[in-house]
Design a protein around this ligand. Structure first.
Ligand code: MGD
Ligand code: MGD
Ligand code: SF4
Ligand code: MO
Length: 687
């Protein structure tokens, strides 16, 4: 066994600065207290302005997760049938030797039969896609379209503002009007919510736009409880009102936008009455919201990804991202819109991931959303080879990917060779041939950007890797060695990879010293235009989309599965995050799971009464794709006609071993090939 040099010295005792690795816009700066080599406590760094010494309940328990008795701490080899979850301990040498041999045999026929599957279990640039990407590029494996979260919204932003760029989050504290749009900020963007509270104390008006009456909606001045997937219609009607009342910044429109004439025409077709029909909110409420947006300044929108998980998700983001330009809200640093600022980070992905190792090969791309269908496909000229090997890291697809019945059937294939790098025995790990123990954030180096603020963070290891756990990087490094890959890039160590991520674009010494470094982003980035679009302006009309034969303007696209169109499945179901879980992470932490209770479906009292469902009853939720059982909660949080199935539970911890994704579909969004988790019709019955 080769040994790579240990990197950096670990303190026996003291405080270590790190970064929260989770897929959360807040990217908190962490301080871990270590005593005699044991992490005693993780807290928020009070010196980091974005963290302000505060962590969410989940990550305050990070030591509980790290030292959890059920952590996978040794390489495991399957010893029972596929999916049985029965494994035996093996040595690293045996596991890696066998895996390398299997992958080599498959690759000798066609390397595209090997598929990496990963997402954002860690957002770290090093333990995410660095050594792993190099490995799969060298192998010539299929590429993965990492679309499961944000790609519709990303396309919407790119075709309007020019990239994942927006307001600087800290200035929301100075806004006088904040639209919290498709975001349950208290749950999923806690540090933004603190800024919104500060704005409120200074007299701001907060409006929540969400089909669910969330805890965030409870605390806003107003709640616009629209039907799922109708946000573009609402945005167009707001524009209608801004036009007819002339609440427009004509100078901004003339100088800094493209396609205003055409957009104006389209918006004028969206009277509040028409939008009211589509959105299921009153025309009066739409008019009031338009008056607010047109007359209060500075006005800002905190958009989040919750509203783009429907067929028309990208169009909706395009329409909403255009709103600040109509009123010139961008002129003020506390005005504009923020969905993500991740486009600001100057990451050198090519240096980390080394696509040059493909050496001219152009492997096919598998969309991670359709992994259910794709695992069940046979070889064909369109598809290429059947998938024969799957290497999963930083993701739990059996729980989080849509249409689980197919995902499970695919993972259960006897002829599929599956390797899962994990902390825990997840639903996905249960289906592995090998489970390899990975380190947690307290045990490895990494460097992070953020999609909610504009600081780079460094994560230093606080403790030694537990038992036989290895960082993802080391696992791929050692596998590369056994595959005979001799390029020097396969022996680069983790600290050096951290330096590679930003090259000389970030002062690494500053990172080493303080744990974070702020990017230089203008206070009001688009006060004088300067959008990173081809025209340099806010593109209401996108020439690029039109050239692809698509609508150049944003429009409302009805959901694939619109409530009222099916007698068999009359209810729309959304499945947004639970507060105490992070996607499917933390579901196995007893203390957090106890707060969430059990898998729950919120249902409006009239919908419940019509079906004879009492609060607390076990119900069957079903559609043509499948069914699952959970507890009904008759709740004012549910809109009539819409049910809310919260959180992504582990299947094996739910009732009858299934979760909400048993019902969701593998269809894709209008742009960006994204998922439509919240575009889903179901029926519910008491059992
Ligand atoms: N506690 C916690 N925090 C998380 C996560 C988690 O699972 N738990 N997940 C993380 C991840 S991966 C992400 S991507 C981010 C962002 O995560 P998001 O998915 O944006 O999560 P939320 O901020 O909860 O916003 C979702 C809100 O959108 C609402 N919504 C659903 N459909 C529609 C619609 O059609 N229109 C409108 N206007 N609203 C709609 C839902 O009811 C919900 O309240 O959060 C991250 N933070
Ligand atoms: N119905 C429904 N489904 C959804 C959503 C929804 O709102 N509703 N949300 C969707 C969204 S927004 C997203 S982003 C996806 C999220 O899907 P995933 O990115 O798969 O997220 P998690 O479920 O948190 O699983 C991450 C796994 O990575 C592991 N992990 C963490 N750190 C490391 C590490 O350093 N090394 C290794 N090897 N493993 C690690 C964790 O233990 C965890 O099991 O789910 C999507 N699925
Ligand atoms: S999950 Fe979000 S709020 Fe919680 S510690 Fe991590 S970055 Fe902060
Ligand atoms: Mo996500």
């Amino acid at each position: 066994m080769s040994a790579f040099p240990a990197i950096g010295a670990l303190p026996a005792s003291g405080e270590v600065r790190g970064a929260c690795p989770h897929d959360c816009p807040d990217t908190c700066s962490l301080i871990t207290t270590v005593e005699n080599g044991v992490a005693m406590k993780v807290r928020g760094n009070p010196g980091h302005p974005q963290t302000q010494g505060v962590l969410c309940a989940k990550v305050s328990r990070y030591t509980e997760r790290t030292y959890h008795p059920e952590r996978v701490l040794h390489p495991l080899k399957r010893s029972g049938p596929k999916g049985s979850g029965r494994f035996e301990k093996v040595s690293w040498d045996e596991a890696l030797g066998d895996i390398a041999q299997r992958l080599q045999a498959i690759a000798a026929v066609n390397p595209e039969a090997v598929v990496p599957y990963s997402y954002a279990g860690t957002m770290g640039l090093v333990q995410g896609e660095s050594m792993a990407a190099r490995f799969f590029h060298k192998l010539g494996a299929s590429l993965l379209d990492r679309t499961i979260c944000s790609s519709a919204g990303t396309e919407g932003l790119i075709h309007t503002l020019g990239g994942k760029v927006g307001m600087r989050v800290e200035f929301f504290a100075e806004s006088k009007l904040i639209l919290i749009w498709g975001s349950n900020s208290i749950t999923s963007n806690l540090h933004f919510w603190r800024l919104a509270q500060e704005a409120k104390r200074r007299g701001a008006r907060l409006v929540c736009i969400d089909p669910r009456r969330t805890e965030t909606a409870d605390k806003c001045d107003e709640h616009v409880q629209l039907k799922p997937g109708t946000d573009a219609a609402l945005a167009l009607a707001l524009m209608h009102e801004l036009i007819v009342n002339d609440w427009l910044d004509h100078d901004y429109l003339t100088r800094y936008t493209v396609g205003w004439g055409a957009l104006r025409e389209r918006a004028l077709r969206w009277s509040p009455e028409r939008a009211s029909e589509v959105c299921g909110v009153t025309a009066r409420q739409i008019r009031q919201l338009a008056r607010d947006w047109g007359t209060i300044s500075p006005a800002a929108i905190r958009l989040n990804y919750g509203m783009q998980r429907v067929r028309g998700g990208a169009n909706a983001v395009r329409a909403i991202a255009g709103l600040p330009a109509l009123t010139g809200a961008w002129r003020h640093r506390a005005g504009g819109v923020l969905l993500s600022n991740s486009g600001r980070f100057p990451v050198d992905r090519a240096a980390l991931q080394r696509p040059d190792l493909l050496a001219g090969r152009k492997p096919r791309t598998i969309n991670m959303i359709t992994i259910g269908d794709d695992l069940l496909r046979k070889e064909s000229p369109e598809f290429g080879p059947a998938i024969e090997a799957l290497v999963v890291y930083n993701s739990n697809p059996v729980a989080v990917a849509p249409e689980s019945a197919k995902v499970v059937a695919g993972f259960a294939r006897d002829d599929l060779f599956t390797v899962v790098l994990e902390h825990f025995q997840t639903d996905t790990a249960d289906h592995a041939d090998y489970v390899l123990p990975a380190t947690t954030q307290l045990e490895h180096w990494d460097v992070h950007g953020s999609y909610g603020h504009t600081d780079v963070l460094l994560n230093r290891p606080a403790i030694a890797p537990q038992a036989e756990a290895w960082p993802n990087t080391r696992i791929f490094r050692e596998l590369a060695l056994r595959m005979g890959y001799t390029e020097p890039c396969f022996s680069q160590d983790d600290l050096s990879l951290c330096r590679t991520a930003y090259g000389d674009r970030i002062d690494f010494d500053r990172l080493l010293q303080h744990g974070y470094a702020s990017l230089e982003v203008p206070e009001a980035p688009f006060a004088n235009g300067g959008f990173p679009t081809p025209s340099g302006k806010c593109e209401f009309f996108s020439e690029r989309l039109a050239r692809q034969g698509l609508d150049g303007l944003p429009d409302h696209l009805a959901n694939y599965e619109t409530a009222g169109t099916s007698h068999r499945y009359p209810l729309a179901m959304i499945s947004p995050p639970a507060r105490n879980f992070l996607n499917s992470t933390f579901v196995n932490l007893r203390s957090l799971r106890d707060i969430e209770g059990e898998p729950m479906l919120e249902i409006h009292e009239l919908d419940a009464a019509a079906r004879g469902i009492a609060s607390g009853a076990i119900v069957r939720v079903f559609n043509g794709r499948g069914e699952y059982l959970c507890k009904a909660l008759v709740s004012p949080r549910a809109r009539q006609g819409v049910v809310n199935g919260l959180g992504v539970w582990w299947r094996k911890l739910g009732l009858q071993g299934a979760n909400v994704n048993q019902l969701t579909s593998q269809r894709l969004t209008d742009l960006g090939r994204g998922p439509v988790f919240y575009d889903c019709l179901v029926e519910v019955e008491a059992v």
